[in-house]
Every structure is written in structure tokens, then in C-alpha cells.
Design a protein around this ligand. Structure first.
Ligand code: C5J
Length: 227
């Protein structure tokens, strides 16, 4: 067992039963010129999660953790897109419409794919999710269960939307989640703070929060190795 310094208290994990889950690090959310930026958001607030997430991804691969990537998006025929989601926001260009990087949040389009910096390696499952939560209408739970996974280390965007929704879903399914704060991002600084605070409040009501450096030390076994 390993132990990472975390809040509200130390996070115990076994690399054999622990998966790294990277949520929605897609061009349309994170890259300059994508859908997120076209909506008027400052993508630099999300992009600062890239470098620490790269370090965590490299270490997780080296340690043999199961690595899972998710992407939010829809079938090209939009048959899985609820009308409520299509209409929400009254956007000029919304989901399924032509956007700066192809049809917005449509599978197979350039903007829908994961950024080059965090490109999935061969054999790493990529879970396509039509909703905010990574468990809704996906095979994520089956993938995790089949590998005997008990703990999730979570990175990605956005903190208060898809990261929080996925962590809450995971919590209800019996997984222990550690969210790496510097590997997450929100377009809204106040939501970043609140999204992180909500996870670790009330004794860790949805899970734990740590800095990536503390998780990396524990994973490397340089600190926090437990019998
Ligand atoms: C959003 C996400 N914010 N991945 N998606 O719509 O958080």
C-alpha cells in the first residue's frame, strides 16, 4: 500500500487497484481557438493543468496503473444528444454545429479529440461519454470492475462540471477518489475553488484532494510506503 499526503486526511492506495482517470482534456475545451475559447472563456485557466497532468500520466504509465481517458461528445447523427442539452444556452453555434475545430463535441471531429500533450497510448481505454458524468451511459464501470479497481486518481476539466459529476458518480459506486487539484481546471476561478472544496469538505464527502507532487512522491515510493 502507498499513502499520499492529501486533504482531509492521507489517501491510501494500492497501485494494483488504482486507476488514473483523465477527464475531457479535449481540444474544444482546452486549446486556443476551440469551442471553449469561442464562448469567451480564458483557456489559460485550463491549460495550466496540462504540465502537471503530463507528469502524473508518465508516472502512472511507469507504475503500471490502469489509465483511462474520457471525452465528452455525441454521435455524428446526434441521436444521443438530448434536446435539453442541444438547446441549453441558446448558443449561435452549439453541439453538433460547425465550430472552429469541426462539428462541436461530435465524435470523430478534430476538436472533440484529446489534446496532443496528453494523447492516449495504445491500449489505454478512451471512454466516450454523452453526459457530464463519466459513468452515465458508458462502459467505465465495467472496465474498472473487470480490473478490480477500487481507487481513482482524477485529473481533467472542468473542475465543477465533468470532474465533480464524475467523482460524485464514482463515490456512489463505491470508489475512493483522489482529485489532483493542480491537474484540474475551470474557466471560473471561484468555481475551481468551490469545486475542489466541495469534494474534500465534511470529512471527504466525495473524496480526497492532493497536489500532484504529493501523489507522485507516494507513487514513486519515495514517501508514504505502507505495509
Ligand atoms: C463542460 C466538461 N464544462 N468537460 N464539460 O461542459 O466539464
Amino acid at each position: 500500500m502507498r499513502q499520499a499526503k492529501a486533504e482531509p486526511y492521507a489517501f491510501d492506495f494500492d497501485p494494483q487497484t488504482c486507476a488514473l482517470v483523465i477527464i475531457d482534456m479535449q481540444r474544444d475545451f482546452v486549446d486556443p481557438g476551440g469551442f471553449g475559447e469561442a464562448l469567451g472563456n480564458d483557456v489559460s485557466l485550463l491549460r495550466r493543468a496540462i504540465a502537471p497532468t503530463r507528469r502524473v500520466l508518465a508516472a502512472a504509465r511507469k507504475a503500471g496503473l490502469l489509465v483511462i481517458h474520457t471525452r465528452e461528445g455525441h454521435r455524428p447523427d446526434l441521436a444521443d444528444l438530448p434536446q435539453s442539452k442541444k438547446l441549453r444556452g441558446r448558443l449561435k453555434a452549439g453541439i453538433g454545429d460547425p465550430g472552429p475545430m469541426g462539428r462541436i463535441l461530435v465524435r470523430g471531429e478534430y476538436g472533440h479529440d484529446i489534446i496532443d500533450e496528453l494523447k492516449p497510448a495504445a491500449g489505454e481505454p478512451v471512454v466516450d461519454k454523452p453526459g457530464k458524468g463519466a459513468f452515465h451511459a458508458t462502459d467505465l464501470n465495467a472496465i474498472l470492475t473487470n480490473r478490480g479497481t477500487r481507487q481513482l486518481v482524477v485529473c481533467g476539466v472542468t473542475t465543477e462540471v465533468c470532474v465533480n459529476t464524475s467523482v460524485r458518480e464514482a463515490n456512489d459506486r463505491g470508489y475512493d477518489c483522489l482529485v489532483l487539484e493542480d491537474c484540474t481546471g475551470s474557466y471560473f476561478p471561484e468555481f475551481q475553488n468551490a469545486g475542489i472544496a466541495m469534494i474534500k469538505s465534511q470529512g471527504g464527502i466525495f473524496g480526497w484532494v492532493a497536489k500532484s507532487g504529493d501523489f507522485l512522491e507516494a507513487l514513486a515510493g519515495t514517501k508514504g510506503r505502507k505495509k
